[in-house]
Design a protein around this ligand. Structure first.
Ligand SMILES: [Fe+2]
Length: 280
């Protein structure tokens, strides 16, 4: 039996006693996957991984996607990386960031919801972390859906939403508008493929408009939903230590990044599990 401990009331579980460098049996992978589906986020502390280890470890939970961005948005440091691993860091060479998403706060989002087939899971591994700040905050959107007031549930049940994203933006601004190149339409409430629970499938950074509602009504409903799903009661705040590997479910959770000091290094490696894959 895989041992684990919940990390907050609704969100997150820490898996105990697993060294991700070691091969994982399909039975153990399935047990861990079930904990991941139920708690939306799983944490493995004290890991010591190479990039290849991280690729192998994340592939226990499905087929890996390539980092999802066109070549012109690839940061320079990616040339030295395993092609399945995205470099996320604020390290700069000649004044230019060598990694993606270099600085500061980032609003709540689902990774790649702006694509027709969003990634199922993201694994993030901390190589170097600042002494304070840079926490990743998660919200369980099964629990948030269950606690929705009736009028908001009626407004989004069965409705579609437009999601758009401009690469490297960390908050919503004009460059993130509906006209953006990278956009996809998805249900505003998503039924999870594995446990059939319903989860809100909207987020503050990328969700632009509810289809079929007048613009001001759509904006009002979305703002109320964003405030609801970001309430403290649904959150787990992860304070990173070096060697943490964290995997979250992009079908049922959102995450945000808190600000951190610009004069300290934050360096993470990220892999993504393809949206249409299953654990082998
Ligand atoms: Fe993200």
């Amino acid at each position: 039996m895989v041992q684990y401990e919940k990390l907050s009331k609704h969100t997150g579980a820490e898996i105990k006693g697993v060294d991700l460098r070691q091969p994982m049996s399909p039975e153990v992978a399935k047990e861990i996957y079930d904990i991941f589906v139920e708690h939306c986020v799983i944490l493995f502390r004290d890991q010591d991984l190479t990039q290849d280890d991280l690729v192998r470890a994340s592939a226990n939970f499905g087929r890996l996607d390539n980092p999802g961005r066109p070549a012109e948005f690839f940061p320079s440091g990616m040339e030295k990386m395993n092609p399945k691993v995205m470099l996320i860091t604020n390290i700069r060479e000649d004044g230019k960031p060598i990694g993606a998403l270099p600085d500061g706060e980032m609003w709540f989002h689902h990774d790649t919801i702006h694509r027709d087939m969003p990634t199922k899971a993201t694994m993030l591994y901390s190589v170097e972390v600042p002494t304070y700040g840079g926490e990743t905050v998660f919200s369980n959107l099964f629990a948030a859906y269950d606690a929705l007031p009736d009028d908001l549930r009626k407004a989004i049940d069965g409705r579609m939403a437009i999601n758009a994203y401009s690469f490297n933006s960390t908050y919503k601004d004009d460059s993130n508008a509906v006209a953006a190149r990278n956009q996809a339409i998805h249900p505003a409430v998503r039924t999870h493929e594995d446990n059939r629970r319903k989860a809100i499938y909207l987020n503050r950074l990328m969700s632009q408009q509810l289809v079929g509602l007048p613009e001001d009504e759509s904006r009002d409903v979305l703002d109320r939903i964003f405030d609801h799903i970001e309430k403290d009661e649904f959150l787990y705040v992860h304070e990173w230590l070096k060697g943490d590997a964290l995997m979250w479910d992009n079908r049922s959770s959102i995450h945000a990044r808190r600000d951190f000091p610009a004069d300290q290094i934050r360096l993470m490696w990220r892999t993504v599990v393809a949206g249409d894959s299953k654990p082998e």
